[in-house]
Write a protein that binds this ligand. Structure first.
Ligand SMILES: [Zn+2]
Length: 376
């Protein structure tokens, strides 16, 4: 019997309690009741039902400081079910298994210069072995994240485009597919109740932007809403973009590769990560990178004016350098009259979120703020 057949109860309040526990961790019945706005009696009844079904358990007591009273904490049973994840990037591929306590139970990485079919075959075989080991009935789905542009489940920016279809043929669990930075945006919104409307920029080595309104990614007709990286903004340019193949798109002028080559024309690597960019910037005192930040801030400001987000979230290794972070924030503040300094933020624990995001994309379907597929 699958989880969908027997598992979570239909009643919407049950979903709300589970969603609260998955996203916030162990809590007392009273605190959950207060947060999801139900009476104590209703919560007691729902908790009893969930405990009886084996999804939730009583974790122990904790003293409520304000009242000095002991309270019993309840929590989800960690390995009640799992989410599989596959994150495919230009230089690595990761398979993960996340439980509903958001703990990484399995993490395996392949590193490469170019993704090949045989690496993908190995990863798919590994996913299948995990399904056998943990039980198909306990796996809620597979979160499939890919670097670059994804159109109709085709990975347009990767050397193997039909990854989704290959997996769908070999693996019998539901697949939730999206761009990897969108996966980070879903993760951010899943983990933070107060981050419901934001604009996210990921810089390095390319440019990726995501708009989230009221907890949902704005997709648009072509799944490209808010994405401006491959819009032609430099029609006179001779720079051909390695992703879209056109001349003069934003990314062709502002990618790490282009900025590094402006700073240090001798550089001959085509894949420039943040470390190589820093090295190249020593050759021109950072002038090329600063020009890029100025231009990027102008473009981002237009999108901020358009989408009116509550917050602007910056991610990518470059922004962990406080000089670049501060410079970029200042540029945004100077060109937006609605934005305040405290609304610009760095995405914290980025690498941990990156590891978990493929699984969280699945959990978001079931335990997100608005679980739309909650179980038959
Ligand atoms: Zn392009």
């Amino acid at each position: 019997m699958s989880i969908k057949e027997h598992g979570f109860p239909k009643v919407d309040r049950h979903s709300q309690v589970l969603s609260y526990l998955v996203r916030h961790g162990a809590n007392s019945r009273k605190s959950i009741a207060d947060n999801i706005a139900v009476t104590g009696a209703t919560l007691t009844r729902i908790a009893a039902d969930l405990i009886q079904k084996g999804i939730v358990y009583e974790k122990g007591t904790s003293t409520n400081g304000a009242v000095g009273r002991k309270e019993i904490y309840i929590d989800v049973v960690p390995n009640y079910c799992y989410a599989l994840g596959l994150d495919v990037a230009n230089r690595y591929l990761r398979v993960t298994l996340l439980n509903i306590k958001l703990e990484l139970i399995v993490m395996k990485e392949w590193r490469y210069r170019v993704l090949t079919q045989s690496i993908l075959d190995e990863a798919i075989a590994f996913l299948r072995s995990l399904i056998d080991e943990y039980g198909k009935e306990k796996i809620l789905g597979l979160g499939l994240l890919g670097q670059g542009y994804i159109y109709q489940n085709q990975f347009m920016s990767l050397p193997v485009r039909n990854i989704y279809w290959q997996i769908a043929q070999k693996i019998d669990v539901e697949i939730y597919c999206m761009n990897n930075i969108r996966g980070i945006a879903v993760t951010q919104s899943f983990l933070n109740d107060d981050e419901r409307s934001f604009f996210m920029l990921h810089y390095g080595p390319g440019i990726c932007t995501v708009m989230v309104q009221d907890g949902c990614i704005v997709n648009g007709y072509h799944n490209k809403a808010g994405e401006i990286a491959h819009t032609i903004l430099y029609p006179e340019s001779k720079q051909v973009c390695s992703v879209c193949g056109k001349k003069g798109c934003l990314e062709s002028e502002l990618s790490f590769e282009r900025v590094a080559k402006c700073a240090d024309p001798m550089i001959d690597e085509s894949y420039i990560d943040y470390e190589l960019l820093e090295k190249a910037c020593q050759q021109d005192d950072g002038r090329a990178l600063d020009r890029a930040l100025v231009r990027l801030a102008q473009i981002v400001s237009i999108l901020i004016g358009f989408s009116d987000p509550q917050k602007v979230l910056l991610c990518g290794e470059i922004f962990t350098n406080s000089d670049y972070y501060n410079r970029f924030s200042r540029l945004l503040l100077d060109s937006n009259n609605t934005l305040e300094a405290q609304n610009i933020m760095l995405v914290e624990n980025y690498s941990e979120k990156r590891w978990k995001s493929a699984g969280i994309v699945v959990l978001n379907e079931y335990f997100g703020p608005r679980p739309r597929r909650f179980l038959t």
